[in-house]
Design a protein around this ligand. Structure first.
Ligand SMILES: C[S@@+](CC[C@H](N)C(=O)[O-])C[C@H]1O[C@@H](n2cnc3c(N)ncnc32)[C@H](O)[C@@H]1O
Length: 318
């Protein structure tokens, strides 16, 4: 229940053509101001003004990250109900909405290609780069602890890169599968797994946006240093969650929120770390719950804190 003033404010905020287009785009997932300006072809101040009106009315929530800000549809309360209603009822074939959505698909594709080009270029040096900013030994110890005493039939390593997680956890699963969208990373992974004599793991080309073949596939899923390459880690988590069996487990390792803007330009990062609150809310939307959180502080002042979240599926019937 909400009072009439609140409802008038919500309807006024939503009842304008550009703002309706912004809401329709947000029904597809989290977007940055930069995404909106590219899709709508309108100036940043103009888009920001519309987003502020939507945020003031409570229809969207804003998350600032360095020089960028991300927006998502509100999920709770009367504003959440209106946002949900718009999401369900807005005709996707309406000209502007359809055009905006197809521009968003193209934009995401271009961003994925940019990330793939980056990983293609750095594949050879990734094993050196990966430990540069992170307390790697402690993190790996933390990951191993999640698997101590557990008997994993199938482990899926999403965004496997050079296959380090398959190698680290080799004694803890019977069958390992690594998925990555970079051919260059995968060829190094194959060579490394061969050299280490790990015959019970294989790697395949694949994209997180297209994980349908791995639905209900794994007893354990690992996603190590991957989600910060996504504008919408929540949507990625939804796809990842569907790969886990009912009693399975998911281990996500990523950076805590940080201010190192240069990582966007130099290392293709999209998000400047992920917070516990974000993880909780993405997990909830993906039918998962966070059961454990570990933090690994940096080794030096240039370093980054790494977080480990262990999650389980909730309320699955099969
Ligand atoms: C930072 S590396 C981490 C690799 C590995 N997990 C590790 O910790 O060494 C991120 C990996 O995610 C992969 N990746 C990025 N976007 C992806 C996508 N959309 N689908 C599948 N893999 C993706 C990249 O190709 C890259 O190998």
């Amino acid at each position: 229940m909400a009072n009439a003033d609140t409802i008038v404010a919500l309807l006024k905020a939503a009842g304008e053509e550009t703002r309706l287009r912004l809401l329709a785009l947000l029904a597809e997932g989290e977007l940055s101001v930069k995404d909106f300006t590219e899709i709508l072809g309108q100036s940043q101040p103009r888009i920001s003004r519309h987003l502020k009106l939507l945020a003031d009315a409570g229809l969207v929530t804003r998350h600032a990250e360095g020089a960028w800000a991300y927006y998502r549809l509100t999920e709770n309360g009367v504003a959440g109900s209106l946002a949900g209603w718009l999401k369900d009822e807005l005709d996707g074939s309406t000209q502007d909405v359809a055009r905006d959505r197809s521009k968003l698909t193209r934009l995401r594709m271009a961003q994925r290609e940019k990330a793939a080009a980056y990983f293609g270029k750095i594949a050879e040096s990734w094993d050196r780069l990966r430990s540069l900013h992170a307390p790697e030994a402690a993190v790996e110890q933390g990951i191993l602890q999640c698997f101590e005493g557990s008997d994993v039939e199938t482990l899926l390593d999403i965004g496997t890169g050079t296959g380090r997680m398959l190698e680290l956890l080799a004694d803890h699963y019977r069958q390992g599968m690594g998925i990555d969208s970079s051919r260059e990373m995968l060829s190094i992974a194959r060579a490394k797994l061969d050299a280490a004599g790990i015959a019970h793991a294989q790697v395949r080309l694949g994209d997180i946006a297209e994980l349908e073949d791995y639905s209900d596939f794994a007893d354990a899923v690992v996603v190590h240093q991957v989600l910060h390459y996504f504008d919408d880690p929540g949507a990625a988590l939804g796809a990842i969650g569907a790969c886990i069996k009912r009693n399975g487990t998911l281990v996500i390792v990523d950076f805590a929120p940080h201010k190192f803007e240069f990582l966007r330009e130099e290392q293709a990062h999209r998000r400047l770390g992920l917070s516990d609150d974000q993880m909780e809310s993405w997990a909830q939307a993906a039918g998962l719950k966070v059961v454990k959180v570990d933090k690994f502080p940096p080794q030096d002042s240039e370093g980054l804190t790494v977080c480990l979240w262990q999650l389980s599926p909730v309320g699955r019937t099969q």
